[in-house]
Design a protein around this ligand. Structure first.
Ligand code: TAP
Length: 481
């Protein structure tokens, strides 16, 4: 039965959008030489003008971060750094509604997700790392581990605020200062975070936000004044950054793409598994590095699972991201929509069978319906390449060994899911899957205390947990190149 829901839009009035935003350098907002527009992907409405940071702006930001590092932050006792981080975490909670609405406007993700996932996890990351700031000497890195210095951080558009938290919170807890470049299509919550730093009285220069495009990111990574680069984004750009950092003495961590297998055995609780498949691929429109984009289902239950999956997909609500009933929001940009459309066309051309949930798409903005491909072979592009959209490729297997072989048949290695009633099979699978995270009877679960990161072309280094601190402290490990 399909229920009809009255619209329940979240109010936009909790956010005051400015016409234009400057760069956040040395604790102040200031304009630069040129600007670009950021739009709402759901309506194509221009939200604001944002400053494009050039090499000279990056230079100023790195100088401000260096000064703050040497004079204030690296010499401040950990317990005092922790107080600032606790203050930031509380301000994120206080301003959570504003942050959630702004994230949804700029990114296109459903308000339900920004309100219930992105923003609470962002606050949780700051709380967690605030707790570490005065305990680093007990974390197993020696009695007084040292920070690295100035960190250049470049993040993608799929979880703008959360990726900022994954980068900034551990860096600051360990005593580093940062220059962060948000993605071109989603700069607004990072700039609001700059305001939160001001509100928290964070010493000027400890956090600097330089907005811009790939060229700004390039200038930051190439800058001789930074000691470490932390990058989250595509494998292609990650490769270029690894080449740039090689033999430079800069430390490097890379969090890159994925093509995760979500493996369903015939003894799994199937209704629960179907919810996990839906969450695995349609959460955040599939713009998730660890999305369960390849469903591996045991042949004996494949028909049953597919039928239940399609039935569930017809109940997904696609539309206005600010509506609290919406499950599937807008695709983040026209460029990403074109990429999804091209890969789906390749799936058709290579002979896979496409089925999309019947749902009307809004006329304006960028949209793609939840889609599933069956009769997919491992050689198809849709089974090999990261689509980064709401598109699931279904393959089948007969034995656990075949499931492992197919799951590992990818250049990526970020995450995987296993659905079965047998604990022994979960452990058997987890020890053989080449993935940084293996979820058992769940998917897309995150916690700041749990390290996250990849194998192979999904990158190296971990974010979160004690392992994540290592990437921001001087000493062994941390993904040196
Ligand atoms: P990218 O195109 O790689 O962009 C990521 C960031 O790098 C953006 O800020 C981008 O700026 C910047 N950039 C682009 N070219 C650069 C260059 N030559 N030098 C330095 N910086 C440069 O990725 P995306 O499309 O935004 O994000 C999607 C990708 O991120 C997917 O592959 C996804 O799997 C991955 N991802 C991975 C994770 C983890 S934890 N592994 C988490 C989220 C996303 P512009 O925005 O201006 O292009």
């Amino acid at each position: 039965m399909r229920f009809e829901y009255a619209p329940a839009p979240e109010s936009r009035s909790v956010v005051t959008l400015r016409d234009s935003y400057g760069l956040f350098i040395g604790g102040e907002f200031a304009g630069g030489s040129s600007v670009f527009k950021t739009i709402s992907p759901a309506t194509e409405e221009v939200l604001a003008e944002v400053t494009h940071g050039g090499p000279e702006d990056v230079d100023r930001a790195v100088a401000a971060a260096r000064q703050a590092y040497e004079r204030v932050w690296s010499v401040m006792p950990g317990r005092d750094r922790g107080k600032y981080l606790f203050r930031i975490a509380r301000l994120i909670q206080e301003r959570s509604r504003e942050l959630a609405v702004l994230e949804t406007l700029d990114n296109g993700k459903p308000i339900r997700e920004s309100r219930d996932v992105d923003v609470p996890l962002t606050a949780a990351h700051f709380f967690y790392h605030a707790g570490w700031a005065d305990k680093l000497g007990y974390a197993g890195f020696g009695p007084s581990p040292r920070p690295l210095g100035v960190v250049g951080q470049v993040i993608p558009w799929n979880f703008p605020l959360l990726m900022l938290a994954w980068k900034i919170a551990p860096a600051l807890a360990c005593g580093n200062t940062v220059v962060l470049k948000p993605a071109e299509t989603t700069p607004l919550t990072a700039l609001l975070f700059g305001e939160i730093c001001q509100q928290a009285d964070l010493p000027p220069g400890v956090v600097n936000i330089v907005t811009g495009d790939g060229s700004t990111g390039h200038a930051l990574v190439a800058h001789p004044g930074i000691d470490k680069v932390a990058f989250t984004g595509s494998t292609e750009v990650g490769r270029e950054i690894a080449r740039m950092c090689a033999v430079s003495g800069k430390r490097l961590t890379l969090e890159l793409g994925g093509k995760a297998a979500n493996v369903v055995f015939d003894d799994a609780p199937l209704d629960q598994a179907v919810e996990g498949i839906i969450n695995g691929i349609f959460f955040n429109q599939g713009h998730v590095c660890c999305a369960g984009s390849r469903l591996l289902v045991q042949e004996s239950v494949a028909d049953e699972v597919l039928e239940a999956l399609k039935r569930r997909m017809t109940t997904l609500r696609l539309g206005d991201p600010l509506d609290k009933n919406t499950d599937v929001g807008a695709i983040n940009s026209r460029a990403q929509l074109d990429k999804i459309t091209d890969l789906v066309a390749a799936g058709d051309a290579e002979g896979a069978q496409r089925w999309a949930a019947p749902c009307p798409l809004p006329e304006r903005g960028f949209w793609f319906p939840p889609t599933v491909f069956t009769e997919v072979s491992q050689a198809h592009r849709i089974a090999k390449e990261e689509i980064f959209g709401p598109v699931l490729s279904v393959l089948t297997f007969r034995t656990p060994a075949e499931a492992v072989e197919k799951a590992n048949n990818t250049p990526y290695g970020l995450s995987a899911g296993v659905w079965t009633d047998k604990g022994s099979l979960i452990l058997w699978m987890a020890s053989r899957l080449r993935a940084g995270v293996v979820w058992a009877n769940t998917f897309n679960r995150f916690d700041p205390a749990s390290p996250f990161g990849g194998y192979k072309e999904s990158g190296f280094g971990r974010e979160g947990g004690r392992h994540g601190l290592e990437a921001y402290l001087d000493g062994p490990g941390g993904g040196d190149v």
